[in-house]
Design a protein around this ligand. Sequence first.
Ligand code: 5CA
Length: 442
Amino acid sequence: MRLSRYFLPLLKENPKEAEIVSHRLMLRAGMIRQQAAGIYSMLPLGKKVLDKVCNIIREEQNRAGAIEILMPTVQPADLWIESGRYNDYGQEMLRIRDRHDRAMLFGPTNEEMVTDIFRSYVRSYKDLPLNLYHIQWKFRDEVRPRFGVMRGREFLMKDAYSFDLDFEGARAAYNRMFVAYLRTFDRCGLKSIPMRADTGPIGGDLSHEFIVLAETGESEVFCHRDYLELDVPGANVDFNDDAQMASIVEKWTTPYAATDEMHDEAEWAKTPEAERLSARGIEVGHIFHFGTKYSEPMGAAVTGPDGKQHNVSMGSYGIGPTRLIGAIIEASHDDNGIIWPESVAPFGAAIVNMKPGDAGCDGVSDQVYAALTKAGVDPLLDDTDDRAGAKFAAMDLIGLPWQVVVGPRGVGNGVVEVKNRKTGERQEVTPEAAVNMLTGRG
Ligand code: 5CA
């Protein structure tokens, strides 16, 4: 992409409504635009990051055996009356009337609708286990939307729903999602810690929140320091091996870890003082087992091997991709701006042409641009007439992992400067060597 043809509305001033660094940087870097309290448009740079995050989530859900669908945002109230949650959900639910005066709502979550899909088609235990997920916008009329995409009213959610014959099957499904979550957040460049959690309006008895430690997090959390060093399961982990899944979950749930709602002082006291970490954190994912809470009132049952009808045992598994972007920035930035982990960076590298119109600079910039594009690096070429200082500040702000600076003096000597955004390290190398460095060939 050429910056002169892109839409990157950077803000020079610090927006005063932004209380935390991720919100400030997302506004300044032209990633989001607030349209109403807690409701945002994703601008091109934000949309690119969101797509990368969603693709990581999707790959790990698929790897764990979940199957993607897409349910609508608007739901009939009838389903929620059937489950008994229509009144319970209170003012957080956005209730809508259609032209026939039918009660509808903008979905805050999809347990009811997915249970309806399940009961319409699945009859036998032989079709289990089943896990259906989608990535769709949700609306919750939060009392206090704040911190940008971190606590929005309209926000994106990946929500998966598992169906099993019995508790044992449901527990295995829960474990698969648990492991998929460890991998997903790790691939987004984050250290996440699963913590015992409260189930709130979703219900159920077994639940973990996945927390990213950050001073600006909304949750108060308590955990053992060992979590900071635990190994995340690799891509070769076998999701079909229930025993392997269970042993990973055991390893990741044995040291103490709980959010303030579930915190138990007596248990905590058993963790040696020097090993205790009490901190603040951001909830990026939340998984629940709730058994027959929805399948029973909604009649979602299958015939078991015993020939009898069994209400299916269910769980649901949420990740907030929009919130995740905020969490990644909270975890990775400096005074000059965002520092994207390579896996979610909106472009792989910046090429900064210091003197557009100069035949030498244009030639080398175009050559590097073409080579990086061909190698799949997806570079952003700054071909604007801005001052040098403004160009550097803009590229540091948007935080691409690499910057290739093409200036007249360097071009005269046959070199460009390559800067690593994270370490600040700079090297003068030939344009060919720069391309090799960025494509992992040199
Ligand atoms: N149905 C269940 C799991 S699918 C559920 O709704 N869980 S939840 O309420 O915990 O939300 C799942 C995830 O969505 C959270 O972990 C969080 O990452 C994200 N999320 C929840 N509320 C918001 C919000 N107001 N703004 C941004 N993200 C949110």
